[in-house]
Write a protein that binds this ligand. Structure first.
Ligand SMILES: [Zn+2]
Ligand SMILES: [Zn+2]
Length: 554
C-alpha cells in the first residue's frame, strides 16, 4: 500500500518518537478511528494479566468525536430502516441482563469513580460527565429501564384545571397493535404506507432568507426562543401521547432533533403506519406543554447582592430534602424557599400561571412514504443528517451576523433556569433543588446554557420502545458478528465475569501519549481492513475499491 499515512505510522512505531498530536488526529480521522478514546485497564481473571484498552468515546451514544459520530450515524440509519415498515409485531421480552448490559453498568460505575476522583482533585469533569450521560443513554437503549440511581419522586397533585394531557381531539378505540394499516391495490399488491413528519417551533421574528439571522435582532423574541428550546423535549413527549390517543394504536416512531439555521430545534419523525395529514396537523396545533415552575418575573438578587449559604445545624438523620444548608437574603436574614416549598406555594395558588407554555409553530410537514422506495431512503438520510453536529454547529463562524445571533441566544439563556437544580433560581429568590454551597446565578454548568447546545440539552435521537426487534446495541452486535464471520473468526460468547474493568489512575506513567495511542489504533484498524479486503477479493476474484460502508463494524 502506498498510503502516505502508513509511512508516518510505521516510522512512529519504529522509533517511538513523539508525534505531533495534530498529525495523529488527522490520520485517525482519515481512518475512521476514535480521536478521543477513553483508556481503561482490563484485568483478565482467567490469566491474571492486565491490559490497557482504548475504548472509543462513541461507546456512548451521543455524537462525540467526528469518527465515532459518523459510525453512530450509520448505526442509527440501520435502526431507522429496520423498524419503519415492519409487517409483524416486534417481540419485546425483558431479558436477563446480557453480558453487554453488565459491562455497561460496571463501566458506568468505574467512570463515575473516575469522575468523582477528578472532581476531588479539582479537575474539569465536563468530558467525564458527558461520557456518563451517554452511558446512561446506552444502558437504557440496551433495554434496562429506569434510572440507575433508582431515585423516584412522588408525583405532585395538581388541580384538574392545570391538567394538560387532554386536548380537544378525536379519540379512537385503542387497538393492541404497533402496526399501521395495509392497503391492497386493485391488482392485489399490498401497500404499507408510513409517515414522515417535520415539526417546527413558532416564529420569534422575521428571519433573513437563507442566513437564519433575525432581520431586526432588537425585536426578535430571544427570551421565548430560549424557553421553547429548553422545554422542547417535553413538547415532543406530549405530541407522541396525543398522536397515540388519536391514532388508536400503539404508534411507534424514530425521530431526531435537529438544529435549524435560526438556531431553534426542530423534529423529524418517521412514524410506522399512516393517518390523514389533516389529523396530524390538528394534533400538532392542539399540543402544548405548560412549565409549572416558580415565576422568574422578578429579579431579586443580582450583581453584588446575592443570597448567602448558611449551614444547617448538625442533625443525626440527613435532612429530608437532602440539603445540609440554605440560602438566605443577606439583607434581611430571611431564608429563601427551598425548591419543594416553592412548588408547594405554586400548587396552592389557584391564580398562578405556568412559567411558560411551549407549542409548535404552524409549519407542519407531513409526507406519506412507502417502504423500499427511494423516498424512504431519502427520509432516513435526512433523519440522520445532523446527528454528527451540535445545535450550535450549524453556525457559519465567519459570518458576523450569525455570530451575533448565537451570542444573543446564549445571553438569553444565561439567567434562564434550565432545570429545577439550576443555580439561576437564586436570582429569582428560590433555592435550587438539592441546593449546595457555592452556587451563583449565571454560572450554571448545565449543557443547555452552552453555545453548542443553545437550550436543547435533550437526546438527539428519540426512538420508541417497540420500533424494531432490536436495540441499538443489537444492531452493533449484528455488524460485529458479520465482520467476524467474514474474517473467519469465531464469535464465541465470552465469560461475562472474565474481565474486570478499572479506570487508569491519573498520572500513571505507563500510559503512552494520546498521539501514540491513536496511531496504534489506526494500525490495528488498517491490519483488520486489509485482511477483510483480501478476503473479499478472494471471494469475488477481483480487486475491491470501497470498504467505507463497513467502517461502522469495529
Ligand atoms: Zn470517538
Ligand atoms: Zn442551568
Amino acid at each position: 500500500m502506498t498510503n502516505p499515512t502508513d509511512r508516518v505510522l510505521s516510522r512512529a512505531e519504529r522509533q517511538a518518537m513523539p508525534v505531533a498530536l495534530g498529525v495523529a488526529v488527522e490520520i485517525a480521522k482519515h481512518n475512521g478511528v476514535c480521536i478521543r478514546p477513553v483508556i481503561l485497564r482490563r484485568l483478565d481473571t482467567h490469566t491474571g494479566t492486565t491490559e490497557d484498552v482504548n475504548v472509543p468515546c462513541g461507546t456512548t451514544m451521543e455524537a462525540k468525536c467526528p469518527p465515532c459520530a459518523k459510525r453512530n450515524r450509520y448505526l442509527r440509519m440501520a435502526q431507522c430502516r429496520e423498524g419503519w415498515h415492519l409487517d409483524a409485531e416486534p417481540s419485546i421480552t425483558p431479558d436477563e441482563p446480557t453480558e453487554e448490559q453488565r459491562w455497561l453498568v460496571e463501566f458506568r460505575a468505574d467512570t463515575q469513580a473516575q469522575r468523582d476522583a477528578a472532581e476531588k482533585a479539582g479537575d474539569d469533569t465536563t468530558d467525564l460527565d458527558a461520557v456518563l450521560a451517554g452511558l446512561d443513554e446506552e444502558i437504557n437503549a440496551a433495554g434496562m429501564r429506569g434510572n440507575l440511581l433508582g431515585r423516584t419522586t412522588a408525583k405532585r397533585n395538581r388541580s384538574t384545571r392545570r391538567r394538560q394531557d387532554a386536548p380537544d381531539l378525536p379519540k379512537r378505540v385503542r387497538q393492541n397493535t404497533t402496526l399501521g394499516r395495509t392497503f391492497t391495490s386493485s391488482d392485489g399488491k399490498a401497500y404499507r404506507p408510513s409517515l414522515f413528519i417535520t415539526l417546527t417551533l413558532p416564529s420569534y421574528g422575521k428571519i433573513r432568507a437563507g442566513q437564519g439571522v433575525p432581520v431586526d435582532p432588537d425585536t426578535y423574541d430571544y427570551p421565548r426562543a430560549a424557553r421553547d428550546a429548553l422545554h422542547f423535549s417535553k413538547l415532543v413527549d406530549r405530541f407522541v401521547q396525543n398522536l397515540r390517543r388519536v391514532a388508536g394504536y400503539d404508534v411507534q416512531y424514530f425521530s431526531s432533533v435537529e438544529p435549524q439555521k435560526r438556531l431553534a430545534p426542530h423534529l423529524h419523525m418517521a412514524v410506522r403506519g399512516t393517518m390523514p395529514r389533516a389529523e396530524i396537523k390538528a394534533i400538532a396545533a392542539a399540543t402544548y406543554h405548560q412549565v409549572w415552575w416558580p415565576s422568574v418575573d422578578e429579579v431579586r438578587f443580582e450583581g453584588e447582592h446575592l443570597p448567602v449559604w448558611t449551614e444547617r445545624p448538625e442533625h443525626a438523620e440527613p435532612y429530608p430534602d437532602g440539603q445540609d444548608g440554605d440560602y438566605l437574603d443577606p439583607a434581611t436574614g430571611e431564608l429563601l424557599p427551598t425548591w419543594r416549598e416553592a412548588l408547594d406555594r405554586l400548587d396552592a395558588d389557584e391564580d398562578a400561571e405556568p412559567l411558560h407554555v411551549v407549542r409548535f409553530g404552524p409549519q407542519v410537514d407531513v409526507q406519506g412514504v412507502l417502504s423500499g422506495t427511494p423516498d424512504a431512503d431519502q427520509c432516513i438520510r435526512y433523519l440522520s443528517k445532523y446527528l454528527t453536529k451540535s445545535l450550535g454547529d450549524t453556525l457559519d463562524a465567519d459570518n458576523p451576523a450569525q455570530r451575533a445571533h448565537t451570542a444573543r441566544m446564549t445571553e438569553a439563556l444565561r439567567y434562564e433556569p434550565c432545570s429545577p437544580a439550576c443555580p439561576n433560581w437564586l436570582r429569582y429568590g428560590v433555592q435550587p433543588k438539592n441546593a449546595k454551597a457555592d452556587m451563583a446565578p449565571g454560572r450554571c454548568r448545565g449543557k443547555a446554557h452552552k453555545p453548542e447546545h443553545l437550550g436543547y440539552a435533550g437526546r438527539r435521537v428519540l426512538v420508541s420502545r417497540k420500533w424494531s426487534n432490536k436495540t441499538l446495541s443489537e444492531h452493533k452486535r449484528d455488524r460485529r458478528t458479520w465482520v467476524l464471520e467474514a474474517l473467519g473468526l469465531a464469535n464465541e460468547p465470552v465469560d461475562p465475569h472474565r474481565y474486570v474493568w478499572k479506570p487508569v489512575p491519573a498520572g500513571d506513567g505507563d500510559i503512552p501519549s494520546l498521539a501514540l495511542r491513536l496511531l496504534r489504533m489506526v494500525a490495528e484498524r488498517q491490519r483488520w481492513r486489509a485482511t477483510l479486503l483480501a478476503l473479499q477479493e478472494q471471494a469475488i476474484g477481483q480487486p475491491v475499491q470501497d470498504l467505507s460502508a463497513m467502517r461502522g463494524a469495529a
